[in-house]
Design a protein around this ligand. Structure first.
Ligand code: PLP
Length: 462
């Protein structure tokens, strides 16, 4: 293994160096993300209107565009110690295999049982629900990582957890389902016959295998019907989730500072935008304040390209259209990526914070096709040893592409990317790749135009 000065393969912060505050990047944004809007009135949602759906403290965080640092409650800090700090790893083995002069680092969030970064927000959200005296929480899960994380958090705080799992995943990923049930969650395939919206979608589309947007509608309906005992929790997209995920970026930045390393480029995969928003937060903060410059890159699947081909507009977050509207880069709430698309990153929209930063030119976005993503995953697994999640492998692809570019130019760029999780529950997709049966499905302009035509007409509610 080649060695670069004093830079070790793995860098861990000390336990007492784990940040005790989250960083709220909105405080430094000159243009704040647009507020959530009530589809009924077309006006920004008030605290009172949000209270039947979300926990009080989380609504405060959702609406707070000004406080730069928010204390992490002691109980959440304690839980973080079970699996944090997460390591910052220098990808020496990958660099060597690529023969690149680039220096590649990754922040690895897959070392907890849920296998992804989602636990960082799940534990915070359940903590606030518990503190408010609720019985439990409802949610949706697609690929299963968020449902698993929320189940773990609910087990820790002894709360009920009701998960609506997209039917196709429920059937194809029985092991994910059983992990959730082991942690005490009840898991229902969506669309179900338990909710009004589920029955309606089942009647309209008999035999449907479900979608994330539909599962969200069911989970929200159940929380609303509980008359106050339950609230709904979402694992991405929202401002509060990006806030909690800032722990990734704060730790990564602290480790970089310790090593005397300044990344030139920061790369994250983008589904709803939470890991990316969290990883880049403190770096974007420096960029927004004019203190430093970074090339920040979001990587999305070509089959669900919300930033690179979507429109910046108010849209529904769910198929049943019962959720608030968010202003974001979106493909339209009716857009469903091809069933051939393996990994997560299937959401039609993007975090309003990430959308605004992108719109204002603080970051850029690229899209990649899934066979080249799995090629990158295979290279990474063989060289660095970790079997990456397909989602994370989008970031690996972009990092490898940049490292290969550096090989041509001789640039010694420093690249940092987020490795969000492990791929052990994605072996069906890996199997397709190994059998040479994986295909790339890219929506046509006509398909996207048809989907944009269904966007709600909401003037900017500022
Ligand atoms: C959920 C998930 C993502 C995508 O979600 P974001 O909100 O965009 O971060 C990426 N990687 C893994 C492993 C996930 O579980």
């Amino acid at each position: 293994m080649k060695k670069d000065g004093n830079i070790p393969y793995k860098t861990y912060l000390e336990e007492n160096e784990i940040p005790n505050k989250w960083y709220n990047v909105r405080a430094d944004m000159p243009v704040k993300p647009a507020p959530l809007v009530n589809p009924g009135t077309g006006k920004p949602l008030t605290m009172e209107e949000m209270e039947p759906i979300f926990c009080k403290e989380l609504i405060k965080q959702e609406l707070d565009n000004d406080t730069a640092y928010i204390d992490i409650p002691q109980e959440v800090q304690d839980f973080y110690k079970m699996y944090r700090p997460s390591p910052l790893i220098r990808a020496y083995f990958l660099e060597e295999a690529l023969g690149t002069p680039a220096k590649i680092y990754y922040k690895y969030e897959g070392s907890n049982t849920s296998g992804s970064h989602k636990l960082n927000s799940a534990i915070a959200q359940v903590y606030y629900a518990k503190k408010q005296g609720l019985k439990g929480v409802t949610t949706e899960t697609g690929a299963g990582q968020w449902g698993t994380a929320l189940s773990m958090a609910c087990a820790y705080f002894d709360m009920d957890c009701k998960v609506y799992m997209v039917k196709v995943s429920y059937e194809q990923k029985p092991h994910r389902r059983e992990v959730m049930r082991t942690y005490g969650a009840s898991v229902v395939p969506s669309p179900s016959m338990e909710t009004e919206v589920g029955r309606k979608i089942n009647a309209e589309f008999p035999g449907t295998t479900g979608s994330l947007g539909c599962a969200i509608s069911e989970a929200v309906e159940v929380a609303l019907a509980s008359k106050g005992d339950y609230r709904y929790e979402l694992g991405s997209v929202l401002n509060q989730v990006v806030l909690h995920q800032s722990i990734i970026g704060l730790e990564a930045k602290a480790a970089c500072d310790k090593l005397g390393v300044k990344p030139d480029m920061i790369i994250g995969c983008a589904g709803g935008g939470s890991n990316l928003g969290g990883l880049i937060a403190p770096f974007a903060g420096e960029k927004l304040r004019g203190e430093a410059d970074y090339d920040i890159v979001a990587v999305e699947p070509a089959s669900c390209p919300s930033l690179t081909r979507g429109v910046f507009a108010y849209d529904f977050c769910d198929t049943g259209k019962i959720c608030p509207l968010a202003k974001m880069y979106t493909l339209g709430s009716g857009f469903i990526p091809s069933a051939n698309h393996a990994g997560g990153l299937r959401f039609h929209g993007m975090s309003p914070i990430v959308s605004q930063l992108y719109h204002d030119g603080y970051m850029r976005a690229v899209s990649v096709e899934q066979t080249e993503v799995f090629e990158a995953a295979e290279t990474f697994a063989k060289t660095e040893g970790i079997l990456p999640a397909p989602e994370s492998s989008h970031a690996i692809r972009a990092a490898i592409d940049e490292a290969l570019r550096c090989k041509e130019t001789g640039e010694e760029k420093t690249i940092l990317f987020g490795l969000t999780g492990t791929g052990y529950f994605d072996m069906v997709a890996y199997g397709k790749y190994n059998d040479g049966e994986m295909t790339d499905e890219i929506p046509t302009d006509e398909e996207l135009q048809a989907s944009f035509a269904t966007l709600p007409q909401i003037p900017d509610a500022k």
